[in-house]
Write a protein that binds this ligand. Sequence first.
Ligand SMILES: [Zn+2]
Length: 415
Amino acid sequence: MTEMTERQQYDLKRQIEELKSCRGKHTELISLYVPPNKQISDVTSYLKNEFSQSQNIKSKTTRKNVLSAIESILSRIKMYRQPPENGIVFFVGHKSIGSDQTEMVAFVVEPPMPISIFLYRCDSEFFVEPLQEMLVEKEIYGLLLIDRRECTVGILRGNRVDLLKYMTSQVPGKHGKGGQSQRRFERLTEIAAHEWFVKCGEKASEIFLNDESIKGIFVGGPGPTKHYFIDENYLHYEIQDKIVEIFDTGYTDEYGLRELVSAASETMLTLKISQQKNIMKRFLKEVTKAEGSLAVYGESHVRRALTMGGLDTLLLSDGLRKYRITLTCPACHYEEHHTLDEETLSASESGICPHCATPTKMEITEKIDLIDELSDLADQTGCVVKLISQNSEEGDALFSAFGGIAGIARYPLGI
Ligand SMILES: [Zn+2]
């Protein structure tokens, strides 16, 4: 199971936003999902069939638009001998640009996670649900239920619970059958229990150590046994460190896994937010330091710190909607870089080259999402990038008080 990086999630989210903003005047926007195992030749013949079907569309404009969209996909898909690793999605059609005008758009998306369906849809909007599905949190947690009778090991991926191991013990109950002396019976019982815990600890550790993507582990079971099992360190120390919380459950079997997940659901929800909150708290503490502060904020300061290689963590608000553009002079190739948001971008009028003063205006030669551009800079210097959502007080502060761009330096930079 592959997991998306924060960056891939962000890029996909923006891609979906762009797709969703497209509207067709009629049902003339085509979405085509091709899973990795699909033969390109099958897709081609499917499209050719759709092409002849679409000849029957009554409205002349719609027919023309649909046919040209299918043709466009056909010519694009020819470039592939087989679908890419995770499959490929085509979004093609004439989007409405107001006052009865349309404009042909074509997006080819190679998603960060595999596509599982083959799907062709012609509608007045692009069909993005399968891509949105990929953004649903698929965090992975380990589940462990234990008492003296049973032990169940499971994994939670998103909403899916998988039972991986169910074991039962030979540990006798608390009370002897008579015949043996009570002390001897208790001693044998404790030895058997110890062996049972060792076995469970080894098995659970083996399973959990095998999956590095496990974010945390929840432990459950009735009574005090689970606490004893944890306190006596029957689990591998790395697994022990991943324990998030221990809950009381009535059962220690498959049903108990469900109980455990429902008990842990609130904790899981706050966990992700709290990681972001903690890093923001670290930053805000640096901001208030009078001397030797590691806080850096504002785009130009953060940019300088990144270029110096002095930034340890880059904090970016996921509400940031800005672009880094490059203006180039067509005559002397002099370049300028600017940061603009959606509004200033559409209103911006590029000027005349200050270098050679050719009357021809400078042209936009590159436009990148600011988050992508800064993340690239960070990657080059081993700086960690954290995308901070706005749905916490701290996340909101990053956006409103610090312009959505901040960082924690490796050492005091004095900038
Ligand atoms: Zn010039």
